[in-house]
Design a protein around this ligand. Structure first.
Ligand SMILES: Nc1ncnc2c1ncn2[C@@H]1O[C@H](COP(=O)(O)OP(=O)(O)OP(=O)(O)O)[C@@H](O)[C@H]1O
Ligand SMILES: [Mg+2]
Length: 544
């Protein structure tokens, strides 16, 4: 077996397979990945690679007086892509601007240095240093697709060149990547600019000594077989999917957490290592264009964003709490698990996606116009109030039907979009059967039994909170005006509300009854005859 050693490149996935090199005899068919890599890395980095190759070849020649000539072609691989050698005279069907530029670059480099070109002809490059793409990811060759169709523009049958595939990991001997040349690595993030995504491997903190799986000695130099550098571990941490967590809100969810990568994850600290580390891999900034802040809560800021790939507007809730412990993260995740388990309903804010980034949770949601708190200080008509009450009651009927209690119903958490009211902020959501921890929401909207830690009728807690919310809207003065007002409300005492029907006032009184049994269920609320005059509501939508 011919010895091979690692070369240090500024491009993490540049691969030089052990083939002879001839600068005049190759062109570069492109695959998707090559295209990404090519466009992502700047010219000067490629030049540095070429210079490095030249320097190493010359050095080898001088030191070992290598014999032999270069054979007829060289194969270069960039990540998933092999840069095949073909004769210059052959038709350049797969050549592209990018490949031409790269070839020109190489040609010009060598042309400018005639002796070197001769050197190249006579140099034995058997011991040119090598690095394999999958080694960088310290995984089997999952980067290079076996499916030939994926490799756009490659004619694998041409000249009987085998379909490009990175060499077998087991036959490779690598030495530890040098750290003293200031080489930075551009992770595979197609959307960030080069400056944004550069990761300085020198700053890597994941086990500075890397992982040695075996070693061997060749030519008196000790080399490590299957050596996994700390940088590779760090990168693998970033690309490794998070564990599957049981969603407690789903009746038929699998009974246990699944973490197929648990074994490998042990090298990376934390629970969701791949999604916690920042290092320039910001999903938020690569996927979204932030437009403006549209809301702020106790533990979050909400932004109106434009999703780059689909051009649509969304709301992204950025939870400001630092979630360092696994337990904290699991707790924070309950909000998105509730949203995801609930699925879609017209009166529940739409949920799209969520992820961790820099120890913060991000939640991508349907964008609404504003929250009901906008109306706290403006008097609403009976019809408008009834419309809000009816729609939120429908939301409660829906979520209670799925065994979930909201536990933080209040004007701030009811959003309005095109006249439709949507229940949002499921940060306190829990299961109606009290099998999950209970964290009650805003105390101003909580009934007495919750303050007494009686959690037997959590659905009726939501009914009380909705009653208090509607009462606040009717009064057009935010809670708490006085402590007495809130405690009166908890005792079911509501003063007369001039301008509003007795029927509505009675219904509100029932909703805030201190006895949860006497409060109507969400279903009873939705079906209350007070909401029968649907036409009136429809007219009011235009107003909102
Ligand atoms: N999908 C959305 N569309 C429009 N505005 C939103 C959306 N989600 C949240 N907001 C705005 O952001 C504010 C804060 O959001 P949210 O209530 O979810 O945060 P929070 O930190 O959980 O709040 P709390 O202080 O109630 O705990 C909301 O009151 C609302 O004004
Ligand atoms: Mg809120």
């Amino acid at each position: 077996m011919r010895p091979r050693m690692s070369v240090h490149y500024s491009l993490p996935c540049l691969i030089i397979t052990k083939q002879d090199y001839h600068p005049a005899q190759f062109e570069l068919p492109l695959s998707q990945t090559y295209s990404i890599l090519y466009t992502n890395h700047r010219e000067r980095k490629r030049e540095r690679v070429v210079r490095l190759m030249k320097r190493k070849i010359v050095k080898r020649r001088e030191n070992t007086k290598m014999k032999g000539k270069l054979a007829s072609h060289t194969k270069l691989q960039l990540g998933q892509v092999s840069l095949h050698t073909i004769h210059r005279s052959s038709s350049s069907t797969s050549s592209s601007n990018l490949s031409s530029r790269f070839q020109n670059l190489l040609d010009s480099e060598f042309a400018a240095d005639a002796p070197l070109a001769t050197d190249l002809d006579t140099a034995n490059v058997d011991d040119i240093d090598f690095i394999l793409s999958q080694d960088f990811f310290c995984t089997p060759d999952y980067i290079t697709p076996n499916d030939r169709n994926i490799l756009n523009g490659l004619d694998c049958e041409k000249e009987n060149i085998p379909c490009p595939k990175s060499p077998e990991k087991l036959t490779t001997i690598k030495c530890k990547r040098r750290r003293d040349n200031g080489i930075s690595v551009n992770p595979l993030s197609p959307t960030l600019s080069g400056d944004q995504q550069i990761v300085e491997l020198e700053n890597d903190t994941v086990g500075m000594d890397g992982v040695k799986i075996g070693d061997t000695t060749a030519n008196g130099i000790q080399k490590f077989q299957n050596y996994v550098s700390p940088s590779a571990v760090a990168l693998r941490c970033r690309v490794m999917p998070p564990p599957c967590i049981k969603n407690p809100y789903l009746m038929d969810a699998p009974d246990m957490d699944i973490d197929p990568f648990g074994n490998q994850r042990s090298k990376c600290a934390g629970f969701f290592p791949g999604l916690i580390g920042g290092d320039g891999l910001s999903r938020y900034h690569s996927d979204f264009q932030e437009i403006e802040q549209i809301g702020i809560g106790n533990f979050s800021r909400v932004f109106k964003v434009l999703k780059r790939i689909d051009g649509c507007l969304y709301a992204v809730k950025h939870c400001t709490r630092h979630l360092q412990q696994d337990a904290e993260r699991r707790k924070a995740l309950m909000e998105v698990q509730a949203l995801a388990a609930l699925g879609s309903h017209e009166n529940v804010v739409g949920y799209y996606s969520s992820w961790f980034e820099n120890e913060h949770l991000y939640i991508q949601m349907e964008l609404c116009d504003h929250s009901l708190s906008n109306y706290k200080c403006s008097r609403l008509s009976t019809e408008e109030v009834l419309e809000a009450l009816h729609q939120v009651a429908k939301a409660l009927h829906f979520i209670h039907g799925r065994g979930i209690a909201h536990l933080d119903v209040k004007p701030d958490n009811i959003y309005v979009k095109n006249g439709i009211y949507k229940l949002g902020d499921f940060g306190c959501a829990t299961l109606l059967d009290s099998s999950l921890p209970i964290e009650e929401g805003d105390a101003r909207y909580m009934p007495q039994e919750i303050l007494n830690e009686k959690y037997d009728h959590l659905d009726k807690v939501d009914i009380f909170s909705l009653g208090a919310t509607i009462y606040e809207l009717i009064r057009a003065s935010p809670f708490p005006e006085s402590r007495t007002q809130v405690s009166n409300l908890r005792e079911g005492k509501i003063p007369l509300l001039p301008g509003h029907s007795l029927q509505l006032q009675n219904l509100l009184k029932l909703m805030v009854d201190p006895d949860p049994f006497r409060r109507p269920s969400a279903k009873e609320l939705v079906e209350n005859p007070i909401f029968d005059s649907k036409q009136t509501f429809a007219k009011n939508k235009a107003f909102l």
